[in-house]
Design a protein around this ligand. Structure first.
Ligand code: CO
Length: 134
């Protein structure tokens, strides 16, 4: 059911500074900033070949990463994202096992134009976990 690691997401207080650190200091390929108003974040992706790092900055009022950055003002690891072939089947198995899926439980379209959902960190051993259908 669970396939490859799609990305690790890092919440950062200054997306331009973080993108510059990865691009200019570390020589990585970094995408252009992509605002995702529906998710309350602006993202860039650092291309690592076998996986990606997603850098997240809050966008707008009530961003879901605002509280995280209030607790971690210098930024930090926010979530991991795994690929699944059937996101609704994965969700149903998680719900049947007692795990909580965030929001209304319906997948939303994520940064790659594919359905995503998030599993509560309290049910994933302390790590917010995103599933993306690929
Ligand atoms: Co993500």
């Amino acid at each position: 059911m669970l396939d490859r690691l799609n990305h690790v997401a890092l919440a950062v207080p200054d997306l331009a500074a973080a993108a510059a650190r990865y691009r200019e200091t570390l020589g990585a390929t970094v995408s252009a900033p992509q605002p995702l108003p529906e998710h309350g974040v602006t993202v860039v992706f650092v291309d690592l070949g076998n996986s990606k790092v997603e850098l997240l900055e809050p966008l707008g009022e009530g961003s879901p990463i605002a509280a995280f950055l209030a607790k971690n003002p210098r930024g930090g690891m926010h979530h991991v994202c795994y690929e699944v072939s059937d996101i609704r089947a994965a969700r149903d198995r998680l719900l049947a096992s007692g795990a909580r899926v965030l929001g209304d439980g319906e997948p939303k379209i994520g940064a790659h134009g594919r359905p995503v959902l998030f599993v509560h960190p309290g049910d994933m051993f302390g790590t917010l976990t995103e599933l993306e259908e690929v």
